[in-house]
Design a protein around this ligand. Structure first.
Ligand code: UT7
Length: 329
């Protein structure tokens, strides 16, 4: 009898730039204050990638760290899937550039765009490559240089986002560890509330799009907030229910770090005490596709083999989803 192959996470690597942008720094740039930012979002500071550097400069060190921790050669990697909305350039893909920089010479790589749900979409895709039996080692990365698309004169968005990224190694496993189940959703009707107006084929860059500030994030906070609270909580509850699990069976919730209030609502909905929720939004802000793997990177030493972990996200698109993991080391 052939054994079922699952995709187990066997190593995590991460990278955040050294430069910090604190709430006090933002008070000097826009009409805001530390108290408002902390109470409305939970954020205290974010990291900013300075200089002429792109998302590949966040993800290459993350991939290199992961390979070093696992003690394997870059030549062993079969594929790299990158979730990002801030690729170094429209093409080639950032995955393509990271493969080159980190020496993944035997891998194919591609980017996947699902905004804040990018890591979950990429993880499900990477896991499917492993589960097919055709690939043995796949790296899944998520990261964004959000500072490249933030308008630092818009107080409603500039306080939220930061730069960072992380990556996980998926390896074929026959003991049942790794990705167990995943529910991913998308609804293009959410586009008007969160998007970047120009720079794509619909509105290519022009003097007009630049003058109109159309190359920055456009977000209507409240409708996104409402949809996020419902979307993330619903899908997490559905995932537990269809796997016959309750909050008591879950060791950790790893939520997308967009707003502490959205995270609290999700934990409450699935009956999880708040000390089982990974939270690093106060230090990094919202790094879009980077938030979930950065949490795994920060919490790696606390995770135990066999832990049931729920990853959940909601973001631009709208896109959302939840993934159930059994930690493998
Ligand atoms: O990761 C991608 C998905 N994105 C999200 O999940 C984000 C979801 N949305 C949110 O997290 C929240 O909507 C925000 C944090 C963006 C905004 O919080 P809010 O509680 O929804 O605030 P609001 O937009 O209702 O604004 C409340 C007030 C307004 O003033 P008035 O009209 O009541 O006088 C805003 O002008 O707060 C004002 N305001 C600010 N005040 C100080 C908005 N931004 C700021 C600011 N500092 N930075």
């Amino acid at each position: 009898m052939t054994q079922k192959i699952t995709a187990a996470i066997t190593a995590v690597g991460g990278f955040v730039p050294e430069d910090k942008l604190t709430n006090a720094d933002l008070e000097k740039i826009v009409d805001t204050n530390d108290e408002w930012i902390r109470t409305r979002t939970g954020i205290e500071e974010r990291r900013i990638l300075k200089g002429q550097k792109g998302t590949s400069d966040l993800l290459t060190p993350a991939v290199e760290q992961l390979l070093k921790k696992r003690g394997i050669s870059p030549l062993e990697i079969d594929a790299l899937v990158v979730g990002t909305v801030t690729p170094d350039m429209m093409f080639p893909s950032t995955a393509n550039l990271v493969c080159h920089k980190a020496g993944l010479k035997n891998a194919f790589g591609f980017d996947l765009l699902a905004a804040c749900s990018g890591f979950l979409y990429a993880l499900t895709t990477g896991a499917a490559l492993i589960e097919s039996g055709r690939y043995k080692k796949v790296i899944v990365a998520g990261g964004d240089k959000m500072s490249s698309i933030v308008d630092y004169s818009d107080r409603t968005t500039c306080i939220i986002f930061g730069d960072g990224g992380a990556a996980v190694l998926l390896e074929a496993n026959t003991e049942g560890y790794g990705v167990q189940d995943s529910i991913l959703r998308s609804d293009g009707a959410g586009c008007p509330h969160l998007h970047m107006k120009a720079g794509g084929s619909l509105r290519p860059a022009s003097a007009e799009t630049i003058a109109n500030k159309e190359h920055f994030i456009y977000q209507e906070g409240q409708p996104v907030f409402k949809a996020a609270v419902k979307g993330m909580a619903d899908v997490s509850a559905e995932l537990l229910e269809r796997n016959n699990l309750t909050g008591d069976d879950i060791a950790w919730l790893v939520p997308h770090q967009a707003n502490k209030r959205i995270i609290d609502a999700t934990a409450d909905r699935i009956g999880l005490s708040h000390d089982k929720v990974m939270l690093n939004i106060q230090r990094y802000g919202n790094t879009t596709a980077g938030t979930i793997p950065l949490c795994l990177w920060d919490w790696e030493s606390k995770l135990k083999k066999g832990d049931n972990i729920v990853l959940a996200a909601f973001g631009g698109g709208f896109t959302w989803g939840a993934t159930l993991l059994k930690w493998g080391y």
